[in-house]
Design a protein around this ligand. Structure first.
Ligand code: ADP
Ligand code: MG
Length: 704
């Protein structure tokens, strides 16, 4: 019997060298080893009589080694063992490379179980090439069963893991099942011990699937419990009540050149009501690219500023923060608010009658850092817009009551949490209150995910596009047809429109290659394809001031075509740009392509998106067919399976849970059971094991 919290180092046969390597896989204890689940399984359970073997097949045989010899191939620099194996039906050859040590074990124990690929050798007839082998007298471990293939690391092979995990089961262990008995019975789920066994020793095709389901259900139950607890905790916090400024809202809406869509109105209503409560809002505004989330967030700040409170808006990039700054300055030109911008490169305030800052160097718009921090602290900035620069430790507010985070998935949880700490810590004038929080995202989030990972958030959805929008005409373009597209771009530019050429990057880390690709393409297009047009280049290695100038020139129609890397991805709003070319489109996820495409089609003109690709695929065709980001995400889900493309890969959930994340029934059941458990036992006093598991999970998983 072994204690499961034992450190792996204390197991016989695992030294500190192995322990270090195991640590790389996140394995420290016996328990971690048991929870190191296979990435996949190879079914080697069928034993085939030797006489029935056929070339090409992967098969398992049991037989006796009747003879073997080893030779050295000098040409290939390999030791080669050749053997013949016999069962009651026939004989077959087997061949191994560089596994000298087998000789010894064959002499000791000639009865073997082998799995491998059957090949036809012109001289020797049928042979099994480089098979996995083990002694036939042992329990099937590496062959002769459904064999688990584990996530490995250098020096830790699946074979080694099977052996170690097998030993733990042989020694025996106690593990308390944190899932209450009634729930196990009700859903006919295997006990924890049985499920663990089945993950490592599946007895048939679906015993590991049933086990996986149990683990997924359990994870979901934990998530639901945690979420409900968070929600309750949230309700216990207090926030500044922000009253409805009806007249200001009417004045603001009148100043807009358009009317709000139904969904925009509804979202604002929901936000307004949240703000009127004495508890902090925690709401996600989810709407497709171009659906008009900015206006809704501006209405929220209008409530806050109208009541004399401060708001902060955080964007993931400087370009986007700058755009919001300009946008808000314009939107609120009829109001007496000071609007500030704080990023690493910019410190500006659009001032109004209330307040003037003496700016030492009158030429530069930039204030000193201490000037802007002072203005924020003294309440001389009503709406402060910025990037990560907003969450530096030395920033104090006078009365921050509302925080808005744009493109929320681009920020870490810690950063969000920092901004929303107790006002007493960052807010001088509002003790013991939390600011209201509005996050915005264009990532389509399936209901199952918002019910699990985002469960403690309220969600406002914008499903409608503004009325004047025409769907973007999207086509996959093969190399042969690309010159025709360039001609089309030329025509559009003649008509006064503008175009983007996007060279998105594959590896987030490979910034340099991306810059190089964009630079080369910019040169080629300017010199060879569009010598008569004005092209500019935008990439992530540029200084913010350069980036800004390029964006502003493009916005001001000083350039015709903007060649850009993926820095363009979020939020840029240039309604006059109507054509987009995305190069090497086949390499990207549909949702990502849809986000890029969202940079055009922002005005009333017909817009076009050309996906340059070596071949036309069914997947890219989805973009021609649908313009709704949500539908596209669902198609992507069907074609690719749930993975990282919702941006939740980093969430820390096990693969088995991710596999089931779209299983709405399972989530509903987990939700019901969680509610029931907490109703009977709010502190989970009767379920200490469950409480412990919730804590364990919270360390690894980021819940909103
Ligand atoms: P996103 O939701 O992607 O952040 P934006 O807020 O940037 O979208 O809005 C995209 C464009 O749509 C902007 O130019 C904005 O002025 C415009 N817009 C927003 N709401 C409406 C509306 N109701 N009718 C027409 N245009 C609108
Ligand atoms: Mg936006």
């Amino acid at each position: 019997m072994i204690e499961i919290e034992t450190s792996v180092e204390n197991l016989s046969g695992i030294g500190s060298a192995h322990a270090d390597k195991l640590q790389k896989l996140g394995i420290r204890t016996v328990r971690d080893l048991l929870f190191h689940f296979p990435a996949r399984y190879d079914d080697l359970s069928q034993i085939t009589p030797i006489s029935e073997l056929e070339p090409g097949q992967t098969a398992t045989v049991i037989g006796k080694i009747t003879g073997f010899e080893m030779r050295r191939s000098w040409k290939k620099r390999m030791d080669i063992i050749e053997a013949s194996i016999e069962d009651s039906t026939g004989t077959i050859g087997a061949i191994w490379f560089n596994q000298k040590y087998l000789i010894d074990s064959f002499s000791r124990n000639p009865n073997v179980r082998l799995s491998g690929k059957i090949k036809h050798d012109p001289k020797k007839g049928l042979v099994i090439s480089n098979p996995v082998q083990e002694s036939a007298s042992t329990d099937p471990t590496h062959t002769g069963r459904i064999v688990p293939i584990y996530p490995e690391t250098r020096g830790i092979t699946s074979r080694w893991l099977r052996w170690q995990i097998g030993r733990i089961f042989k020694m025996g262990f106690e593990i308390k099942d944190p899932l209450p008995e009634e729930i196990l019975k009700k859903y006919r789920l295997p006990s924890l011990k049985k499920a663990l066994y089945d993950m490592h020793y599946p007895s048939n095709d679906d015993s590991h699937l049933v086990a996986q389901k149990r683990f997924a259900f359990f994870d979901m139950l934990l998530i639901q419990l945690k979420t409900l607890q968070l929600k309750k905790h949230w309700k216990g916090e207090s926030a500044q009540k922000i009253g409805y400024k009806k007249e200001e809202v009417e004045k603001f809406l009148k100043s807009l050149p358009f009317r709000l869509t139904r969904d925009q109105k509804k979202a604002f209503e929901e936000i307004r009501k949240d703000l009127e409560r004495a508890h902090p809002m925690n709401r996600l505004l989810n709407g497709d690219v171009g659906s008009g989330k900015t206006i809704v967030s501006a209405l929220a700040t209008l409530q806050s500023s109208g009541n004399g409170f401060q708001s902060a808006i955080m964007a993931p990039t400087e370009v986007l923060a700058y755009q919001h700054f300009e946008n808000f300055s314009k939107l609120f030109s009829g109001f007496d608010f000071n609007i500030g911008l704080l990023t690493n490169s910019y410190r500006q305030i659009v001032q109004n009658s209330k307040f003037k800052i003496q700016n030492s160097s009158s030429k530069s718009k930039n204030l000193t850092r201490s000037q802007i921090l002072k203005a924020i602290k003294e309440g001389n900035v009503d709406i402060i817009i910025g990037t990560h620069a907003l969450i530096q430790k030395d920033i104090r507010f006078k009365n921050l009551a509302l925080i808005i985070i744009d493109e929320q998935h681009r920020f870490g949880v810690m950063q969000r949490a920092y901004l929303q700490q107790k006002s007493s810590e960052i807010n001088d004038g509002m003790k013991n209150k939390l600011p209201h929080l509005l996050t915005m995202s264009a990532t389509p989030i399936p209901r199952t995910i918002s019910m699990t990972l985002l469960g403690s958030l309220d969600v406002s959805l914008i499903t409608q596009m503004p009325e004047d929008r025409k769907p973007i005409i999207t086509r996959t373009v093969l190399p042969k047809k690309q010159p025709a597209v360039y001609e089309f771009v030329r025509q559009e530019i003649k008509r006064g429109r503008q175009a983007f050429v996007i060279l998105p990057l594959v590896e987030e880390s490979d910034k340099l290659a991306e810059v190089k690709a964009a630079t080369t393409e910019h040169k080629r297009l300017s010199e060879e394809v569009f010598p008569e047009l004005k092209l500019s280049l935008l990439h992530g290695r540029m200084k913010p001031s350069e980036k800004e100038k390029i964006m502003m020139d493009f916005k001001g129609k000083k350039t015709d075509i903007l060649v850009s890397t993926s820095v363009i991805e979020v939020g840029i709003d240039i309604p006059n740009a109507t054509v987009m070319i995305i190069e090497e489109a086949y390499r990207f996820g549909l949702s990502q392509l849809h986000q890029f495409r969202g940079r055009v089609g922002r005005g009333s003109e017909q817009s076009y998106c050309f996906l340059f690709s070596k071949q036309s695929t069914k997947r890219l065709g989805v973009l021609d067919k649908y313009s709704d980001g949500f539908k596209i995400a669902q198609e992507d889900l069907k074609l690719r399976g749930p993975g990282d493309f919702f941006g939740f890969r980093q969430s820390g959930l096990a693969d088995s849970t991710m596999q089931n994340i779209t299983n709405i029934k399972m989530i509903k059941f987990a939700n019901e059971e969680a509610r029931d458990l907490l109703k009977k036992d709010p502190e989970l006093k009767k379920h200490p094991a469950l409480s412990k598991e919730i804590d364990r999970m919270s360390e690894n998983i980021h819940l909103e």
